[in-house]
Design a protein around this ligand. Structure first.
Ligand SMILES: *Cc1c(COP(=O)(O)O)cnc(C)c1O
Length: 350
C-alpha cells in the first residue's frame, strides 16, 4: 500500500477521530543527492523534489489536511487566490472530495500548465484585473458571505500539512541538514518547514536544527527590502508576491534559525533552472530554481559550505511553466527527411 501523510504523521498533525481521510498520494517525495553540483562546490547538496506531488507542487501537502478539516466542518465549498499552484492543488482535492472549488487568479499571470490543471480538474476560475495580493484581498472579502472555506496558506491547516516535508527530510537523511534553501513567496512554506524541524527537535527525533535561507526574486523581495512591493515583478510567478501573508512567521523562522532572507535576479533564477536540468536531470519551475540560485550566489560571495549538508527545496515541477522555458531555451532542432543517412549526418554535425 502507498504510505499516506494522513496516517503516517497523524500524531504530529491536528487530526482526530472526526477528521475524514483525505489523500491523493501526496508527500513522501524523493530527496535526491546532487551528482555534479556537490562535487563542484565540495558540499553535499540534496534536492527535495516537491514537484513529485500529485498536482506537481508542495501545495498538496497543505491541501490534503486543509480539505480534511473543511470536510470535518461539513463545509462544501473552497476558495483560493493563486499564482497557479494553489489553484491546481485546490481544484484536484476539490474534485476528488466533491467540493465546489473557486479559484481567483491574476489576469494573464498564470503559468500555462497550472491554468490547464485547474481547468482539467473542473474548478470555477475567475480571472481578475489585478495581481496576487489583490486576489487574496478579494478572497478574504467574499469568502464568509458565500460560506467558502479559504484554502490559501492563511488557513492554518495548510502550514500544518506542509511541515511534513521537514519530517521527511529528517527521516531521509537520518539527521537534519546544516542548511536549507527555499523560495519564499507568501512565506507560508518556510514557516511550515521551521515548524516541522522544531517539532521533531522537541520530540528528540533530531539533535540539531538547520539554518534557513529564504530566497526571493529581486523584483519581488518584500522580506529583504523590508517593505510592501506594490507591483512585484519576476519571471518566477509562484513567488511574485509583494505583501506576504505569513511575513511575521517567516521572519521568526529566519531569526530563530540564524538564517537570512536573500534575493536573486531573474537571470540567476533562469541560470539555476538550466543548471539543475542539464547537470542533475531535474526540471523544476523557475520559483523552485531560486533556492539553488540563492546557494550559488552565497558561494560566489565567499560563504563557506564545504562538507556541509544542504537541502534545496524544489517546490514545483518544470512542466508547469512550459511557455517561460521555451522562450529562453534555444530550440536548436535540425529537420531532416526520414533517410537514415541524412539523420546520421545531422547528428554528427550537431
Ligand atoms: C507557492 C509556491 C512557492 C512559494 O511558497 P510560499 O509558501 O508562498 O512562500 C514557491 N514555489 C512554488 C513552486 C510554489 O507553488
Amino acid at each position: 500500500m502507498q504510505k499516506n501523510l494522513f496516517n503516517y504523521y497523524q500524531k504530529y498533525l491536528p487530526i482526530n477521530e472526526n477528521t475524514p481521510f483525505v489523500s491523493i498520494g501526496e508527500g513522501f517525495t524523493p530527496l535526491v543527492k546532487s551528482e555534479n553540483l556537490s562535487d563542484k562546490y565540495n558540499c553535499n547538496i540534496f534536492f527535495k523534489l516537491e514537484g513529485s506531488n500529485p498536482s506537481g507542487s508542495f501545495k498538496d501537502r497543505g491541501m490534503f489536511l486543509t480539505v480534511a478539516k473543511t470536510l470535518e466542518k461539513k463545509k462544501k465549498k473552497i476558495i483560493c487566490a493563486s499564482t497557479g499552484n494553489t489553484s491546481a492543488s485546490a481544484a484536484a482535492y476539490g474534485a476528488r472530495y466533491n467540493l465546489e472549488t473557486v479559484v481567483i487568479i491574476p489576469k494573464g499571470k498564470i503559468a500555462l500548465g497550472k491554468l490547464i490543471q485547474a481547468m482539467a480538474y473542473g474548478a470555477k476560475i475567475i480571472s481578475i484585473n489585478g495581481n496576487f495580493d489583490e486576489s487574496l484581498l478579494a478572497v478574504k472579502e467574499i469568502s464568509d458571505s458565500l460560506d467558502f472555506e479559504i484554502v490559501n496558506s492563511i488557513n492554518p491547516y495548510r502550514l500544518e500539512g506542509q511541515k511534513t516535508a521537514a519530517f521527511e527530510i529528517i527521516e531521509q537523511l537520518g539527521f537534519s541538514p546544516d542548511f536549507q534553501f527555499i523560495p519564499v513567496g507568501n512565506a507560508g512554506n518556510i514557516s511550515s518547514y521551521w515548524k516541522g524541524y522544531k517539532q521533531f527537535y522537541d520530540s528528540k527525533i533530531c539533535n540539531e536544527l538547520p539554518v534557513l535561507y529564504g530566497v526571493q526574486a529581486d523584483g519581488a523581495a518584500p522580506l529583504v527590502d523590508n517593505k510592501i512591493i506594490k507591483n512585484p515583478d519576476t519571471i518566477a510567478s509562484a513567488i511574485r508576491i509583494g505583501n506576504p501573508a505569513s511575513a511575521d512567521l517567516a521572519k521568526d523562522s529566519i531569526n530563530e534559525s540564524s538564517g537570512e532572507f536573500m534575493k536573486v535576479s531573474d537571470e540567476n533564477i533562469l541560470d539555476a533552472q538550466k543548471i539543475i536540468a542539464r547537470k542533475e536531470g531535474i526540471f523544476c519551475e523557475p520559483a523552485s530554481a531560486a533556492s539553488v540560485a540563492g546557494l550559488i550566489k552565497l558561494i560566489s560571495k565567499g560563504y563557506d559550505f564545504s562538507n556541509k549538508n544542504i537541502v534545496c527545496i524544489l517546490t514545483g515541477n518544470g512542466l508547469k511553466d512550459p511557455e517561460n522555458a521555451q522562450q529562453y531555451l534555444q530550440s536548436n532542432i535540425i529537420k531532416t527527411s526520414s533517410d537514415p543517412d541524412e539523420i546520421k549526418e545531422a547528428i554528427l554535425k550537431y
